[in-house]
Ligand binder design. Structure first.
Ligand code: FPP
Length: 240
């Protein structure tokens, strides 16, 4: 049976290597990666995905050469502006996670426009992580929690999750590009995520790869620290 309303997170890695392998500048890989994202967003609802969070720019990516950072900021702005009408037509709500104060004003305007216009959409929630660091997000929630405690409040896991912002547990985390690490992405939300790593570079990732990753997830047994569920048998009442 196909699962539904999954939260899938994707680390879209390998754009640079994809481009360099073709004798192209790294930014050509990012452009191709943006096209791949369009296809994956379109395919996501049919794969049972209700929320998709993608790592578009990490807080550590500011360390990249200024020219590449500039191109990425421009590409993100263009993506948001161009995709907003398509998202409205397809029922995709867009939102951004991460810091906004260091982003160029034009990108912030595109974010505001995309979030405002797609707010009523409810088929798929697409979250773009931009200037995002999971450790910073957890630290920020911790500071807010300390304030709550000082005011006499009690911090529960649920309260902490609320302070973390729009967070929900990730069911499947996919990383393309052959590396096998989390790179400061959704560390809290991935506590029990199933990890799927593929050598395919992000620009080569296709909806069929997404379907395969979801099928792989469907074959895994999620126990959340419990024990395997016994398979139902004809005399299972003996176990009660
Ligand atoms: C990792 O590839 C990818 C990024 C740092 C940025 C992700 C950006 C995109 C997929 C394109 C644009 C996205 C949107 C939302 C418009 P890398 O450069 O680290 O590749 P490498 O590991 O081969 O160097």
């Amino acid at each position: 049976m196909m699962q539904s309303n999954l939260h899938v997170a994707i680390i879209m890695d390998g754009n640079g290597r994809w481009a360099l392998g073709r004798g192209l500048p790294r930014v050509a890989g990012h452009n191709a990666g943006a096209e791949t994202l369009r296809q994956i967003v379109e395919a996501a609802p049919d794969c049972g995905i209700g929320a998709l969070t993608v790592y578009a720019f990490s807080s550590d990516n500011w360390k990249r050469p200024e020219a590449e950072v500039g191109c990425l900021m421009e590409l993100l702005g263009c993506y948001l502006a161009a995709e907003t009408p398509r998202c409205i037509a397809n029922g995709v709500r867009m939102s951004i996670i991460g810091r906004r104060d260091r982003l160029p004003p034009s990108l912030r305007s595109s974010i505001d426009y995309a979030e405002r216009e797609t707010r009523p959409c409810n088929l798929l929630e697409l979250r773009l992580a931009i200037d995002y660091s999971a450790r910073d997000a957890i630290l920020h929630a911790g500071v807010l929690a300390a304030g709550d405690c000082a005011a006499g409040g009690t911090i529960t896991r649920e309260r902490f999750e609320a302070l973390l912002g729009e967070s929900r547990p990730v069911d499947v985390l996919i990383r393309t590009g052959g590396e096998q690490r989390l790179s400061d992405f959704l560390l809290w939300e991935c506590a029990y995520a199933e990890l799927v790593f593929t050598k395919r570079m992000w620009p080569d990732f296709r909806p069929s790869d997404l379907q395969r990753a979801i099928a792989q997830y469907g074959r895994r047994e999620r126990r959340f620290g419990g024990i395997p569920q016994p398979a139902p048998t004809a005399n299972h009442h003996w176990l009660r």
